[in-house]
Design a protein around this ligand. Structure first.
Ligand SMILES: [Zn+2]
Length: 149
């Protein structure tokens, strides 16, 4: 059985979760809180996985008008990235704003490259957005690093 992916942690990982119970829970709490804040100002969100966040942002913008993309987590282990992506999609599956059509992490991962879990979103019309959240979200770049293993 492998060790927890959190480098500060020496416990055993849970099967298929790549982290121990506590670290997995803390990671999910952090990432879900981040998505919650985005969901509040978005009219559509999409949780996905890529090895090229810049290109993916451009694709989403051209295909769906979602111009914002933030990397939530990254890893050289494609299985870990898929597990996190699937768990996050499940957490938000009931949201009326989520654009994901499935709770399965789809194929196409590039195992030889670093992979990224991201959330892509389209802002609500400006008048509907709370000003405090606008400042928070518009302060950054198109996508920013936040955490990683
Ligand atoms: Zn741990």
């Amino acid at each position: 059985m492998p060790r927890c992916k959190d480098k500060r942690c020496s416990r055993w990982a849970r099967p298929n979760h790549f982290y121990c119970y506590d670290c997995w829970g803390a990671l999910m709490d952090r990432l879900c809180a981040r998505i919650d804040r985005i969901e509040n100002v978005a009219d559509e969100i999409y949780i996905g996985r890529t090895c090229d966040p810049d290109s993916r942002r451009d694709e989403h913008f051209e295909d769906t008008g979602r111009s914002n993309l933030i990397v939530l987590h990254w890893s050289d282990d494609i299985d870990e990235v898929c597990a996190i992506e699937e768990a996050l999609i499940r957490e938000f599956a009931q949201s009326p704003k989520i654009a994901n059509a499935t709770d399965e992490s789809l194929g196409g991962g590039r195992t030889e490259l670093r992979n990224y879990v991201y959330v892509s979103w389209r802002h609500q019309p400006r008048r509907a957005v709370r000003s405090s959240s606008v400042r928070y979200l518009q302060g950054g770049r198109w996508w920013t690093w936040s955490s990683g293993g």
